[in-house]
Design a binder for this molecule. Structure first.
Ligand code: NAG
Ligand code: NAG
Ligand code: NAG
Ligand code: NAG
Ligand code: NAG
Ligand code: NAG
Ligand code: NAG
Ligand code: NAG
Length: 415
């Protein structure tokens, strides 16, 4: 009888493997609440990464590219409250919404002036979440439109991209693969305002990135330098990777997500194909231990640091790609199933290795920037994409939040 009780739920998920149970642990609300309470009220600092030894959050001022991830995680917990009411511990839905709103309020002063360059897209995430809750919220509408117009102002029609990083020589126009993630704010603002120029900028940027960052084998350069006067590519190289010709895993993960998201927003086949090629490279270059290295080409000796954040971004990118395969008509069932399985495999192996109950972060073994010797930490965007992965899996029916509790087992079998 007991054997039967355990086997039946496995059958329910058809052949897709079960995600790791930590995904819905009550340690998640406990830790996130404790992190929010480190900066009560409207925060003047935000967590970015932890110390290496004790896993304690290090706090940064709001004018930092990672600021939006913690408030966006609080909004993701609000979403989770509706999806998984039993995984909230002693917290409530209303509390997470209140925390998300209060936390994101500390970003508002950045609207008229910031030095975030292309990263205005990342800091807009919590306001995009707010619009999902309250589409009429004028504070969030203004934030999205202002950040989008900041990014649009960095577009060069000669180069065909938005400029990622400013440089001492203004004719050196630097674009990084990460910039793909910041295009979402253009689509959200285009929806709000009806301004199609924002969509055209995003499409142009993605097309150029597809041509000049993504290599023939689906791998990617971190940085491409264009000449802003001529539009010509003058260098293809790395900043955070192992070498100029290597593939930095987080960049590759941003690319999978970014191109899948382009297909979701615009529906162009070439962007779907690019997401598939980047996904294939990532999956085919996973080492046998299932641990995502900080750079796919970094040597094994001395042991190369992992990047759990790259693993979490890739997980979400693959889940988004699976949704795009599913959205085709007829749906690409084989493709969707393959990407879902690969996403769950990366998620499971990473969680098994790096779930860290004793740290303030959820996961350990993130690499912020290895050339700057910043590795082996918890990272706020790793944790954000971990929580998001749980929500996405529940929404697509691939996980049940309370799967591992007895009451849920009964529910699955008899419910
Ligand atoms: C609108 O959103 C902002 C921050 O995003 C929040 O502070 C505010 O409480 C929200 N207002 C309403 C009416 O929902
Ligand atoms: C559309 O957005 C672009 C880029 O921000 C801006 O230059 C243009 O003025 C906007 N058009 C309208 C009609 O607001
Ligand atoms: C870009 O091209 C212009 C015109 O040829 C040249 O003057 C400038 O030095 C170039 N910039 C870079 C960064 O190569
Ligand atoms: C834009 O609006 C359309 C139609 O309502 C919606 O399907 C889409 O998700 C929206 N996109 C964004 C990025 O908000
Ligand atoms: C990339 O190439 C430049 C120019 O040759 C060089 O200075 C730099 O050290 C290289 N970067 C790496 C990580 O090898
Ligand atoms: C389904 O997805 C797989 C993986 O991306 C791809 O190789 C295949 O061509 C897709 N099939 C169709 C009909 O689009
Ligand atoms: C993870 O980090 C710990 C230190 O916090 C380190 O000892 C361990 O080797 C790392 N594991 C991997 C697989 O990189
Ligand atoms: C990780 O960072 C430490 C310093 O914090 C550095 O000494 C070490 O070389 C880095 N690890 C590798 C394998 O690059």
């Amino acid at each position: 009888m007991f054997a039967l009780l355990f086997l039946l739920p496995l059958a329910v998920t058809a052949f897709t493997p079960l995600p790791p149970p930590q995904l819905f642990s009550t340690l998640i609300p406990q830790k996130l609440l404790a992190t929010a309470q480190l900066t009560p009220g409207i925060p003047s600092t935000y967590p970015q990464y932890t110390t290496r030894d004790t896993g304690a959050w290090l706090q940064f001022g709001p004018n930092t590219w990672t600021t939006g991830f913690f408030p966006a995680t609080l909004y993701a917990m609000y979403e989770r409250a509706a999806l998984c009411p039993k995984s909230l511990g002693r917290t409530s839905a209303a509390q997470w919404l209140e925390l998300g709103r209060t936390s994101s309020t500390g970003e508002i002063f950045l609207e008229p002036h910031n030095t975030l360059q292309h990263d205005v897209g990342f800091v807009s995430f919590p306001f995009v979440e707010e619009l999902g809750v309250n589409p009429q919220n004028t504070t969030a509408i203004t934030a999205v439109n202002m950040f989008a117009s900041d990014l649009a102002a960095r577009f060069s029609p000669i180069v065909g991209c938005t400029r990622s990083w400013d440089s001492a020589d203004p004719t050196d126009f630097q674009v990084i693969i990460d910039n793909m993630m910041n295009l979402e704010v253009l689509f959200v603002s285009a929806n709000l305002t009806g301004n199609d120029t924002l969509r055209q900028i995003a499409i142009s940027h993605a097309d150029k990135t597809m041509q000049n960052h993504v290599r023939a084998d689906g791998s990617s350069f971190h940085v491409v330098d264009y000449n802003s006067t001529t539009g010509i590519v003058i260098d293809q190289r790395t900043s955070q990777g192992y070498s100029n010709s290597s593939t930095w895993s987080r960049g590759q993960a941003w690319g999978i997500y970014g191109f899948a998201n382009m297909y979701k927003n615009v529906g162009l086949q070439r962007h779907l194909d690019t997401a598939r090629r980047m996904a294939a490279y990532f999956i085919d270059h996973m080492p046998s231990d299932g641990i995502v290295p900080w750079d796919f080409n970094a040597p094994l000796d001395p042991p190369r640091p992992a990047d759990s954040s790259a693993a979490m971004i890739a997980t979400n990118g693959l889940l988004l790609l699976a949704q795009q395969e599913q959205s085709l008509s007829p749906p690409n069932i084989t493709g969707a199933k393959y990407y879902n399985e690969q996403a769950i495999k990366i998620l499971t192996d990473t969680t098994f290795a790096f779930w860290k109950p004793q740290w303030q972060s959820l996961l350990s073994n993130g690499t912020v920037n290895n050339p700057q010797l910043n590795n082996l930490t918890g990272i706020v965007y790793g944790d954000y994409y971990f929580v998001r992965a749980g929500n996405e899996l529940v929404k697509s029916g691939l996980a049940k939040c309370d799967f591992f509790t007895f009451s849920n087992l009964i529910d699955v079998i008899f419910g």
